[in-house]
Design a protein around this ligand. Structure first.
Ligand code: NAP
Ligand code: MG
Length: 406
């Protein structure tokens, strides 16, 4: 068979631990035999981040800006334990945080749906994609422990004048707590744009929810900016594609989501998105079946699995044990990145290959061959438990059949 050619490269970001092991297996068995793969490779493994003083992460992010499509392996965000384990020079920041701030993007998380892994919510038939605004709010707040009676106020001091604006927050008669949080119009607008762009790209409806009835200035601003962007820049395209955008109160959104059949994007503020994405991923079955993509407002796409480096499995692997770590979300990160490259370059063969790779992966599970995490939750009778390598080879067998039919 002739290998599929690529005109432009994708950015490849290697990572850590068990996912780094899976990364190589996926490339060697499922991609390199079929595609003349062109990548700009960056080793984001913790050792190399330390060696380059994390410059490699910054370079990878700028390469993503240049080439528009990237695929990333899970990486360790170091804490004090990791500092000792790897003898690090510094507690490097989360690579995902660094890349996100350079691309200024929004993260969309989508469950992979497959027959035999049934959502807990029985009405859910199609994926629900969560878009979380990952800037400001509770995650950049300032908090004070009030130690006794006294007054708490909030002041805005304009840079250009002396006309301060002060608001009394609360008159304390005894101990308590206070927090202040902020967001910027610019960040909210970029979030809104990323959501509208991605909805059009995926041909999915967009919901946005907040609590504007209670938070009449803060949350209301989010609602207004989304509405403005929609009316001015996206309404026409949405109508042409028969898509809908609507805003609703978060309480209402939650109850609608539980009764829906899925198949839409749900945009949420930072804290709501943090919580709801865990609810939705548990509801769909497994974190190992969740993909994630960072989309920038200017149309760059960085795909990855939503899970981490699966450290516990890696230590078993180091002891020489075979592990049954699920590679599906990482396979889908690759197939999504290759498909996006194919769409941008009008490379039909590459698009077809990406589809085949996904179909082969899903049919392997549907035919009862799967990793341990899925065996525990599947409705398929007597599933066959495979280790990671066996599972990837089972996918490869089906992939070869499909490619022959192409
Ligand atoms: P994790 O790697 O997501 O794993 C947590 C647990 O979830 C695992 O121990 C495993 O459960 C299960 N699991 C996750 N992915 C799985 C898969 N593909 N197949 C089978 N089981 C899977 O989270 P963590 O252990 O909290 O974090 C490990 C490292 O990953 C940390 O250093 C963290 O910084 C990093 N991390 C990176 C990213 C990223 O790069 N995007 C995201 C999150 C975390 P059992 O052990 O019960 O089998
Ligand atoms: Mg969370």
């Amino acid at each position: 068979m002739k290998k599929i050619k690529m005109t432009k490269p994708i950015v490849e970001m290697d990572g850590d631990e068990m996912t780094r092991i899976l990364w190589k297996m996926i490339k060697d068995e499922l991609i390199l035999p079929y595609v003349s793969l062109k990548t700009k490779y960056f080793d984001l493994g913790l050792k190399n981040r330390d060696k380059t003083n994390d410059q490699v992460t910054i370079d990878a992010a700028f390469a993503t800006k240049k080439y528009k499509v990237a695929v990333k392996c899970a990486t360790i965000t170091p804490n004090n334990d990791r500092m000792g384990e790897y003898g690090l020079k510094s507690l490097w920041k989360s690579p995902n945080g660094t890349i996100r701030s350079i691309l200024d993007g929004t993260v969309f998380r989508t469950p992979i749906i497959v027959k035999g892994i049934d959502p807990v919510v029985t009405s859910w038939k199609k994926p629900i994609t969560i878009a979380r605004h990952a800037y400001g709010d509770l995650y950049k707040d300032s908090e004070i422990r009030v130690s006794g009676p006294g007054t708490v106020t909030m002041t805005f001091a304009p840079r250009e004048s002396n006309e301060c604006k002060t608001l009394k927050i609360f008159e304390f008669d005894d101990c308590g707590v206070v927090l202040g949080q902020y967001n910027t119009d610019e960040s909210i607008r970029k979030f809104a744009k990323s959501c509208f762009e991605y909805a059009l790209d995926m041909k999915m409806d967009l919901w946005f929810s907040a609590k504007d009835t209670i938070s009449k200035i803060y949350d209301h601003k989010f609602k207004d900016i989304f509405n403005e962007e929609y009316e001015i820049n996206y309404k026409k395209a949405f109508e042409e594609n028969r898509l809908t955008y609507f805003y609703t109160l978060i309480d209402d959104a939650v109850s609608r989501v539980m009764k829906s059949e899925g198949g839409f994007i749900w945009a949420l503020k930072n804290y709501d998105g943090d919580v709801m994405s865990d609810m939705v991923s548990s509801g769909f079955g497994s974190l190992a079946m969740m993909t994630s993509v960072l989309v920038s407002p200017d149309g760059c796409y960085e795909y990855e699995a939503a899970h981490g480096t699966v450290q516990r499995h890696y230590y078993k692997h180091l002891k020489g044990e075979k592990t049954s770590t699920n590679p599906v979300a990482t396979i889908f990160a690759w197939s999504n990145a290759l498909r996006k490259r194919g769409e941008m370059d009008e490379n039909q063969e590459l698009i077809r290959f990406s589809n085949c790779l996904e179909e082969a992966t899903l049919s392997t599970i549907e035919e009862g061959e799967m990793t341990g995490d899925l065996c525990r939750i599947t409705s398929i009778k007597k599933p066959k438990l495979l280790n990671s390598e066996e599972f990837i080879l089972a996918i490869k067998k089906r992939l070869e059949n499909r490619i022959e039919e192409l």
